[in-house]
Design a binder for this molecule. Structure first.
Ligand code: MSP
Length: 641
C-alpha cells in the first residue's frame, strides 16, 4: 500500500481577487489529489490564503476598511471561485486564523531556541539599515526612488537603522545542497533543480526574520515589538494546516508518514526551495519529499494584463464553458511544468474539437444506436470483431500509463491518454460501420461494437474524472454506473458493464458552441465591459487608480486628428506627455496653465503614433466637455483620493 499523498498549492495573496494563474495551479493540484484517490491512495489537498504584510494593509486602507474585513471579503471570493471550479480541498488555511497563528508562534519559539550544527544560534539579533519612507511606512530600495525621492510622497526617505532578528540561512545551505543532490529533496522539473543548485553556488546572505515597522503581521513571541517576516508566516501554513501546533496524530500522519508535495510556479522558488527547508531543519522537522515548480504562462502570446484585454477572469470562463471544460482547457494548453501560452482565442475551437466532437459525439452516437436498436439497454459483448483486439489492448494499457503520467506531474499527457482512447473508439466505430450492421440485421456484431464503445466510455469516465469530475459523473449516470466502481482498478478490466443496463444519452454531454458568436463577443471586450452606474465595482478596484493633480505646460493640435491635443504636463515628476481628446472643446491656449486631474499610473499607450502616458479627467454636459480642475491651490503631484 503506498503511503498517503499530501499536496499543497501556494497560499494566494488576498490583495486581489483570484485570477486564472491561481486557478491553474489549484486545478492541477485538485486533479492530482483526485487521481491518487481513485488509485486507492489517501490524499490530503491543502490550499488557502496569505493575508499579512504591507501590501494587504495598504489595499485595505485604499478600500477604506479594516485589514481583516478586507481579507474576509477577498477570501470569500477565492472560496467562491474554488467552489465554482469544483476544487475539493481538504482544508483551507488562512494566515489570519488562530490555528495558524498558534503554529507560527510555535515554530518561532522552536527556531529561537535552535542551534545550528556548528553550535551557533539560528535566530540572532542584528541591525538592519535601509531607506524608510514615513508616508509609505516601508523600506524602499534605491531603484524605487525618483530623483532620490519617494514618488508618492515627494519626500527623501530617511536612513533608518532598526533592530531586526535574522535567520542564519547560511548555516543550512550546505546540507540543503547535499539533500537536493542526493535526491532526498526532489526539486522538479530538472531545470528548476539546476536553478536552485545555481543559487546555492552564489553567496546567499542570512535573511531578516522580523520587521519592526510592519504592523499587519504575527508579533514575534520573543519580541512583540516586531512582526514575523511574511514568508516565515506564509510558509508555515504547510504545517499549521495539518496540526503542527494542535494535533500530533494528524501532523505525524501527513507530515512524517506521507509523500509531501508542494506545487507552485517557478516565481517563488527561492522561498520554497531554500528558506523553507532551512526553517524546517531549524525546527527539527523532516523535509517535504518533492517540490514541483511549473512554468509561467502568457495569454494569447503576451503577459496577462487587464489593459491589454487578455485578462481572463476565472468566473467569466466558467460562465462561458462550465467548470469541467474550464479545467480541461486550462490544463491542456501546453505540457504541464513548462512555460507556455494559454490560447484563449482558441478555447471555443478546442472545446468543439476535443469535447463536443470527439468525446461528446462518441457518447451520443453510441447511445443513440443503443436506444434505437436495443431499446436503450446495454447489448451483449461479442468477441472476434475486426479492430476490437487493438482497441482493447490500448484501453487496458491506458490506466497504468495515465497514472504514471500523474505520478510524474505530466498532467497534460495523462489527460491525452484518456482522449486518445476516445479517438481510437471513434475510429473503431467508423471502421466497423454499425449503421451498416444494423441495416443488414447483424445484431450480434452490432451489439458487440456498441458494448466495446461503452466500455471505452466507462474507462474514460474514470481516467478523465480527476480533470472533469462533474461531466464524467454525468457520463457515468448515462451508463448506469455508480461511484463504487469509480476506481483505477475498475479501469483496468474490460467487459465490466452489465448487459441490460439502461443507457440514456438523451442530453448532449458537451453541446457544441457557436464559434462565430463567441469570436465576435471576444472582439469587443472593451465596450461590453464598460462601467455604468449600475455596474458596481469593488472599492479595491478603485484603489488601484492613482489620480494626481497636474499642470498643463504646453499644448498643440495633433495633425490629422480633429479631436486630439498633445499636452506636456507636470504631475509632480517632471515633464510627461499625454494625448487628450479635448481639441473640440479647448484650444491649446485655453488649456495651457490649467490645473487638471490625471490618471497617473496608466500603462503608456500609442495614440495616432504619439505616446501618451496618462489620461485627464473630464466631465460632459450635453455635447460639451469640461476638464476637471482641483478646487484649491494644489501643487502638481498632489494625490487625489
Ligand atoms: N503568497 C505567495 C505564496 C506563499 S506560499 C507559502 C504568493 N502568492 S501569489 O498570489 O502571488 O501566487 C503565486 C502563484 O500563483 C504562483 O506560484 C502560481 O502558482 C500562481 N500563478 C500566478 N500567475 C501565474 C501564471 N501566469 N502562470 C502560472 N502560474 C501562475 O506568491
Amino acid at each position: 500500500m503506498s503511503k498517503p499523498f499530501y499536496i499543497t498549492t501556494p497560499i494566494y495573496y488576498v490583495n486581489d481577487r483570484p485570477h486564472i494563474g491561481h486557478a491553474y495551479t489549484t486545478i492541477a493540484a485538485d486533479m492530482m489529489a483526485r487521481f491518487h484517490r481513485i488509485a486507492g491512495r489517501e490524499a490530503f489537498f491543502l490550499t488557502g490564503t496569505d493575508e499579512h504584510g504591507t501590501k494587504i494593509a495598504e489595499a485595505a486602507e485604499a478600500a477604506g476598511v479594516s485589514e481583516i474585513e478586507f481579507c474576509d471579503g477577498n477570501v470569500a471570493k477565492f472560496k467562491d471561485v474554488w467552489t465554482k471550479l469544483d476544487i475539493k480541498y481538504d482544508y483551507f488555511v488562512r494566515t489570519t486564523s488562530e490555528r495558524h497563528l498558534e503554529a507560527v508562534r510555535k515554530i518561532l519559539d522552536v527556531m529561537r531556541e535552535a542551534k545550528s550544527d556548528d553550535g551557533q544560534e539560528v535566530v540572532y539579533s542584528d541591525f538592519y539599515e535601509g531607506l524608510y519612507c514615513k508616508g509609505c511606512e516601508k523600506f524602499m530600495t534605491e531603484k524605487e526612488l525618483v530623483d532620490g525621492k519617494c514618488s508618492d510622497h515627494q519626500t527623501v526617505p530617511e536612513k533608518v537603522k532598526e533592530k531586526n532578528y535574522f535567520f542564519r540561512l547560511t548555516a543550512f545551505l550546505p546540507t540543503i545542497k547535499e539533500k537536493i543532490e542526493s535526491g532526498e529533496l526532489q526539486i522538479l522539473p530538472d531545470e528548476r533543480r539546476r536553478e536552485v543548485l545555481g543559487l546555492l553556488n552564489q553567496d546567499l546572505p542570512d535573511f531578516s526574520l522580523s520587521r519592526e515597522r510592519v504592523k499587519w503581521g504575527v508579533p514575534l513571541t520573543f519580541d512583540p515589538s516586531q512582526v514575523a517576516y511574511v514568508w516565515i508566516d506564509a510558509l508555515s501554513n504547510y504545517i499549521s494546516a495539518i496540526g503542527y501546533a494542535d494535533n500530533e496524530t494528524e501532523f505525524k500522519k501527513w507530515w512524517y508518514d506521507s509523500e509531501v508535495v508542494h506545487l507552485m510556479a517557478k516565481d517563488i522558488l527561492k522561498f520554497h526551495c531554500l528558506y523553507w527547508p532551512a526553517m524546517l531543519m531549524a525546527a527539527g522537522l523532516p523535509l517535504p519529499e518533492k517540490m514541483f515548480l511549473h512554468g509561467y504562462f502568457t495569454v494569447n502570446g503576451t503577459k496577462m494584463s487587464k489593459s491589454l484585454g487578455n485578462f481572463i477572469d476565472p468566473v467569466d470562463m466558467i460562465e462561458e464553458f462550465g467548470s469541467d471544460s474550464t479545467r480541461y482547457l486550462l490544463l491542456t494548453q501546453y505540457p504541464f511544468g513548462l512555460d507556455g501560452d494559454i490560447q484563449a482565442n482558441r478555447f471555443v475551437i478546442q472545446y468543439n474539437s476535443d469535447l463536443a466532437n470527439d468525446l461528446g459525439n462518441l457518447v451520443s452516437r453510441v447511445g443513440k444506436m443503443i436506444a434505437v436498436n436495443f431499446n436503450g439497454k446495454m447489448p451483449s459483448p461479442s468477441s472476434g470483431l475486426a479492430g476490437m483486439q487493438d482497441l482493447m489492448k490500448l484501453t487496458e494499457r491506458a490506466p497504468g500509463e495515465a497514472y504514471e503520467h500523474v505520478k510524474h506531474f505530466r498532467l497534460s499527457h495523462a489527460i491525452a491518454t484518456g482522449l486518445n482512447l476516445v479517438k481510437a473508439a471513434n475510429k473503431f466505430f467508423d471502421e466497423t460501420k454499425p449503421w451498416v450492421l444494423a441495416r443488414e440485421g447483424k445484431t450480434k456484431e452490432l451489439g458487440g461494437v456498441l458494448y466495446a464503445c461503452c466500455e471505452v466510455l466507462r474507462i474514460v469516465s474514470i481516467l478523465l474524472y480527476p480533470v472533469m469530475p462533474n461531466k464524467m459523473s454525468e457520463l457515468r449516470k448515462m451508463l448506469s454506473l455508480d461511484d463504487s466502481t469509480l476506481t483505477l482498478d475498475h479501469a483496468a478490466t474490460f467487459f465490466d458493464q452489465a448487459v441490460g443496463a439502461t443507457i440514456d444519452v438523451s442530453e448532449p454531454l458537451f453541446p457544441r458552441k457557436d464559434v462565430k458568436k463567441k469570436t465576435e463577443a471576444k472582439a469587443k471586450p472593451a465596450k461590453s465591459k464598460q462601467v455604468n452606474d449600475d455596474n458596481l465595482i469593488d472599492i479595491s478596484d478603485f484603489g488601484k487608480v492613482k489620480l494626481k493633480v497636474a499642470v498643463v505646460l504646453s499644448a498643440e493640435k495633433v495633425e490629422g486628428a480633429d479631436r486630439l491635443l498633445k499636452l506636456q504636463i507636470d504631475a509632480g515628476k517632471g515633464k510627461k506627455q499625454i494625448v487628450a481628446g479635448i481639441a473640440e472643446h479647448y484650444t491649446p491656449e485655453q488649456i495651457v496653465g490649467k490645473k487638471v486631474i490625471v490618471v497617473a499610473n496608466l500603462k503608456p499607450a500609442v495614440i495616432r503614433g504619439i505616446e501618451s502616458n496618462g489620461m485627464l479627467l473630464a466631465a460632459k454636459k450635453g455635447k460639451k466637455l469640461f476638464v476637471v480642475t482641483p478646487d484649491g491651490d494644489l501643487p502638481p503631484g498632489a494625490g487625489v483620493s
